[in-house]
Design a binder for this molecule. Sequence first.
Ligand SMILES: [Zn+2]
Length: 258
Amino acid sequence: VSRFLKTSGIVMKSRDFGEGHKMVTLLTDSAGKIDASAFGARKSRSKFGSSLEQFTTARYLLYRGKPENPYTVREAEVVSSPTALRENLGKYLLGSAMIEPPLRFVDKAQPDPELYALLATGLEVLQHIQEERGTALLSMYDLHFLDRMGYRPDPETCVRCERVLSGEQSRGADTMYGFPICTACAHMSEVAGAGRIQVTPSAAAFVQWALQNRLTQAMKVVMKIETMVSVRWIISCLYSATFSQVPQSWDQLVLPEE
Ligand SMILES: [Zn+2]
């Protein structure tokens, strides 16, 4: 087993420790989510440059003496350093909301090149997209992330009673079962005090469309506010049903509200 790992990675989290060192959490294409230390990274002429800053994508040469030891960063070559995500508050918050699900809900050291590609693409598109399309992009990203985790919603079947739902039938979402739930199940959830349940038909259609399209298509999405509110409700129900919680970074996001 080689003690060296050469991999592409995205910095999800970066923090200082000790006398001028840094520790990063990377999502890598070949080794999944890993922690790595970089000694002397905060010296004024550090060879690491911006390769250890949040949102950066780089090629890393990592080393560990034994498989049970943590990695250290030996070399890093920046591939993409998305400055827009650091300079624009709206994009920074959207980028943080993209990073949090893999940071919190994915196990360490589980290689998943598709998840890596999803985050890399999400951050890349976010760098270039018009800010008002950012929520549509984040929503597509969230749905693709849930799909990667094995929770792809099937708009044709109630997740609670498994009744088949035809195209025009109205649908709901709740925090216990997710999306979609049929009208009868939605009524039971409402009685149980689970709040607003029904989703708009265009929000249900967006969910289906988003799962069939690449994130770059977010650049073209034009959506009414009430559709976006409904989409975010569906996604928050999917996270709640899957992980029993929604990403904390959403608290900071300026999402449309009714
Ligand atoms: Zn049902």
